[in-house]
Design a protein around this ligand. Structure first.
Ligand code: URA
Length: 208
């Protein structure tokens, strides 16, 4: 299926009882896993497309898959992921409640930061995911995710601790779990950020 035809009705779609959003994500995933747009496709074991509730009110965005994510094809399943699960659970979110994705979908070698051209090649997938899931809120983990999404070059200190409105989404920026593993002093501000996120989520998403 070409990208252009992704959201056109397909033969046989009529009998599919999956919700439209889930079907949109499945179609997108089937194209994304074949992606060869940048050099990272030559080194990856798996495309880490993203996963979670296709109708989530909260979309969590990390930077890029690590070794464990590359091996399993799932986002945030390594040490950072275990910490992310705890952070989310601390404010009442299970993985099934949210959608989790990354700025780029293939692991960079040695876990280096994604390069500008890799981000440029990969962002269309995330933009499509955001359009399909249509969350009210984004949780942006770390400076790479936040600078990329918000299109700025601000420091973490300048972005965290407040709700940032961006293209109709209410965004919260906080430290990446991998940074918290390196520097536990950042756990307190992260805790404050996710409490603020939860309070705002309850206001804009109600009980959903
Ligand atoms: N770090 C990220 O930014 N994303 C993952 O999926 C795993 C680790």
């Amino acid at each position: 299926m070409t990208q252009e035809s992704l959201f056109e009705p397909q033969a046989g779609d009529g009998g599919n009882c999956q919700p439209l959003t889930a079907r949109g994500l499945d179609s997108l995933r089937s194209v994304a896993v074949e992606c060869r747009k940048c050099r990272l496709s030559e080194m990856r074991r798996n495309v880490v497309f993203g996963e979670g509730n296709p109708k989530a009110g909260l979309f969590v965005i990390g930077e890029a898959p690590g070794a464990e994510e590359d091996a399993q094809g799932r986002p945030f399943v390594g040490r950072s992921g275990q910490l992310l699960d705890k952070i989310l659970l601390a404010v009442g979110f299970e993985r099934k409640d949210v959608y989790i994705g990354n700025i780029i979908k293939c692991r960079p070698p040695e876990n280096r930061n994604p390069l500008a051209d890799e981000i440029e090649c990969c962002m269309p997938w995330l933009n499509e995911q955001l359009e399909i899931v249509a969350p009210k809120m984004l949780l942006l983990l770390g400076r790479v995710a936040a600078n990329t999404i918000l299109g700025n070059n601000l420091s973490m200190a300048a972005m965290r601790g407040r709700i940032i409105r961006w293209k109709g989404f209410d965004c919260v920026v906080t430290y990446h779990p991998a940074a918290l593993l390196r520097n536990p002093n950042w756990k307190r501000p992260c805790w404050e950020d996710v409490q603020m996120l939860r309070a705002h989520y309850d206001r804009v998403c109600g009980d959903t």
